[in-house]
Design a protein around this ligand. Structure first.
Ligand SMILES: [Cu+2]
Length: 208
C-alpha cells in the first residue's frame, strides 16, 4: 500500500514537472514568434528622381520625386508606408544637381546606424572600385537632393546621379511632411517651384 502511494506521488510529480516544462516552452516559443513577427514586418519602396519635368507655372523644367509602383511612376504627393515596420527605401536619382543644404540637414539621420548605402556616384566612388559604400554624409559639392521627414528626424542625402538605399523604422501611425532640403527649385533662393509643390520636392508621408 505504501509503495503504491509513493508511486502515485512520484507519478503526480512527474506530470506536474512535464506539464510545467511544456508550458515553459510554449511560453518561450510564444516570445520567439512575437519577435519574429516584429522583424518580418519589412517593406521595400523605390523612389525615382528625374529632372526633365516641365513645370508650367515655373515655365521651365524642374526635378521631381516619383514613387515606382508596379513599374509605373506614381505621384510622390502622398507616399504610403506601413506602420511599425522596417522600411528599406531605394532612391534612384537621375539628376546631377548640385545644390546646397543647410548644416541642419548635412548628415544622414534617422536611418539604421545613421548611414545610407550609395551606389554609382562617380564623385564619391572615384577612389574605390567597390560597387558602393556606406556613408553618413556626402560632400556638399556632390549633393543633389535630400529625402527628409523632419518630424521623424529622417534625413537621407542624395548625391548627383546616384542610387541610395536607406533603412528606417516607421512609427505607429501619422501623416508627416516630407521635403527636399537642397535648394533645387526656382527663384534666387532656389526654394520656389518644385520645392513648394507637392509631388515634386515635397509632399506627405502617410503611415498606417
Ligand atoms: Cu531637391
Amino acid at each position: 500500500m505504501k509503495t503504491i502511494e509513493t508511486w502515485f506521488f512520484i507519478g503526480l510529480l512527474a506530470i506536474v514537472l512535464i506539464f510545467g516544462a511544456g508550458m515553459y516552452f510554449v511560453g518561450s516559443s510564444g516570445h520567439v514568434s512575437t519577435s519574429t513577427q516584429h522583424s518580418s514586418n519589412e517593406y521595400n519602396i523605390t523612389l525615382v528622381i528625374t529632372n526633365q519635368n516641365y513645370m508650367a507655372s515655373a515655365g521651365k523644367n524642374q526635378p521631381a520625386y516619383y514613387v515606382l509602383e508596379n513599374g509605373k511612376m506614381m505621384s510622390s504627393a502622398q507616399i504610403y508606408l506601413p506602420s511599425n515596420s522596417l522600411v528599406t527605401m531605394t532612391i534612384i536619382n537621375y539628376d546631377f544637381g548640385p545644390g546646397s543644404v543647410s548644416s541642419a540637414y548635412s548628415k544622414v539621420t534617422g536611418t539604421l546606424n545613421n548611414t545610407e548605402y550609395v551606389v554609382n556616384d562617380t564623385n564619391i566612388n572615384k577612389s574605390s572600385s567597390a560597387s558602393g559604400q556606406w556613408v553618413s554624409t556626402v560632400p556638399s559639392a556632390d549633393l543633389a537632393h535630400t529625402f527628409t521627414i523632419p518630424q521623424m528626424n529622417l534625413n537621407v542625402l542624395i548625391p548627383s546621379d546616384s542610387i541610395v538605399v536607406a533603412s528606417f523604422h516607421t512609427p505607429k501611425s501619422g501623416v508627416f511632411s516630407w521635403q527636399c532640403e537642397v535648394d533645387c527649385g526656382t527663384g534666387s533662393s532656389g526654394w520656389g517651384g518644385a520645392m513648394t509643390t507637392p509631388g515634386w520636392m515635397q509632399g506627405e508621408v502617410v503611415i498606417d
